[in-house]
Design a protein around this ligand. Structure first.
Ligand code: NAG
Ligand code: NAG
Ligand code: NAG
Ligand code: NAG
Ligand code: NAG
Length: 381
């Protein structure tokens, strides 16, 4: 009798230890899955999202072009440029995340008045979260539907890459607003990202009337965007429109230290066509489709906004300037002025380079009905 219960006790004890080990192991695995970064802390309680069974290749099937290295001076070029030249011809990459119904299907996509297409990177979780709650919130503005999509590639390799992909997958499950392709999300791959988006648009959202194409660190006034687009005479998206901060009479920067360095091996010509600063610009669905059509005939240039200009000029279309699109920022007349005074931002369409918290504050401030501005206006800055 005594021996029996001792045996029972031993069995129960073993069970408890096993369970404890299993739980600990789970705990451990959970810690392995996410870093201690705040970004992931919130997500730790979410159920594990299973990985897709189909194994995506690390890179696409697009082969590196070995003869790219035969060009003069190739091995004196910085790594990212060499990389660009090796993979310049690759335009098709597997899609990791899609939102097929973003525009209610291709047929209904004409109901989308404005599609906000926001270039993001896997790590910019905080920016995406703030945009979802502020100017990029999906709802009706001035009576029309505005939709949002983030476009991203992948970061890092191995388990780090898996972690970021998991993050995006969880976000997409919750918000249904991420398009992701399996290519390295680097500065020099932004043109690729742009083209992959346009290809997606043709399939999934061909009749969206207008688009905002911009970075995830802009502050935009969605009401002003919609108002401006609604004011386009005789154009409900079926005619040309491309407005932003116009840049012209410039050419490739030939200093290797610059972020925008373009050596002659990438582009020989000393001039760029007119283009709009890539921080953010507005365009019609017609113009987006035209750019996509032209892109089939134009070799990739790693600077995405210049590339848009190349596509436009090939279609004999012009980009134009809008004073309320300030991708180069506002020129504050004096250092003593508060750069983030909401009075300067009520009338703008978009401004580049805001941090997540600044976007959050500004969006709330410009909607304050008691905001008193007097004559302060950004239009004079
Ligand atoms: C997992 O992380 C939590 C919180 O950071 C910590 O309390 C716990 O001890 C960790 N577990 C393991 C097994 O490392
Ligand atoms: C590979 O690079 C060479 C040299 O730049 C170029 O002539 C050739 O067209 C490229 N091939 C492809 C498939 O792009
Ligand atoms: C992605 O590109 C950047 C810039 O060229 C480079 O530093 C990084 O190592 C690349 N990452 C991968 C995974 O290839
Ligand atoms: C662009 O992405 C591809 C696929 O990940 C990668 O092979 C290539 O190195 C990237 N190019 C640049 C310039 O980062
Ligand atoms: C783009 O090309 C397709 C196929 O060639 C054509 O049907 C369409 O009309 C073109 N779109 C524009 C806006 O030029």
């Amino acid at each position: 009798m005594r021996k029996r219960s001792l045996e029972k006790f031993a069995i129960v004890l073993t069970g408890v230890i096993c369970l404890a080990v299993i739980f600990n192991k789970n705990d451990y695995e959970e810690n392995e899955t996410f870093t201690s970064d705040d970004t992931y802390k919130i997500l730790r309680r979410q159920p594990d999202v299973p990985e897709p069974l189909t194994h995506q290749p690390l890179y696409s099937d697009c082969e590196r072009n070995e003869s790219a290295s035969e060009v003069d001076g190739f091995f004196t070029l910085p790594n990212n440029i060499q990389d660009f030249l090796y993979y310049r011809h690759c335009r098709s990459f597997p899609m990791l995340l899609d939102v097929p119904d973003k525009c209610g299907g291709p047929q209904n996509s004409a109901d989308v008045f404005l599609l906000l297409v926001i270039k993001s990177s896997p790590i910019n979780y905080d920016r995406r979260e703030v945009l979802r709650k502020t100017w990029a919130e999906e709802r009706v503005y001035h009576g029309v539907h505005v939709r949002r999509i983030f476009i991203v590639g992948t970061s890092e390799t191995g388990f780090q890459k898996t972690k970021f992909n998991k993050l995006l997958k969880i976000e997409n499950k919750e918000h249904k607003d991420i398009l992701q392709w399996d290519f390295n999300d680097s500065f020099f791959n932004l043109t690729l990202k742009q083209i992959l988006f346009l290809e997606w648009m043709e399939r999934r959202c061909p009749h969206a009337r207008f688009l905002l194409n911009g970075d995830d660190d802009i502050f935009a006034n969605t009401y002003n965007m919609v108002e401006f687009l609604q004011g386009q005479k005789d154009n409900d998206g079926d005619k040309h429109l491309f407005v932003g901060h116009l840049i012209q009479n410039v050419g490739p920067i030939r200093h290797p230290a610059s972020k925008y360095y373009i050596p002659v091996q990438v582009q020989e010509s000393e001039s760029y066509p007119p283009y709009c600063g890539g921080g953010g610009f507005l365009l019609s669905g017609f113009t987006a489709r035209t750019i996509y059509n032209m892109s089939h005939f134009i070799t990739l240039l790693p600077i995405d906004d210049v590339y848009m200009g190349m596509c436009l000029i090939k279609a004999c279309l012009k980009p134009v300037s809008h004073f309320a699109i300030r991708t180069a920022g506002l020129n504050m007349p004096s250092e003593t002025i508060d750069q983030y005074d909401p009075c300067y931002y009520r009338e703008i369409i978009l401004v580049h380079r805001f941090q997540a918290h600044q976007i959050f504050v500004m969006w709330n401030e410009i909607q304050n009905p008691y905001l008193h501005c007097g004559i302060k206006s950004p239009l004079s800055l």
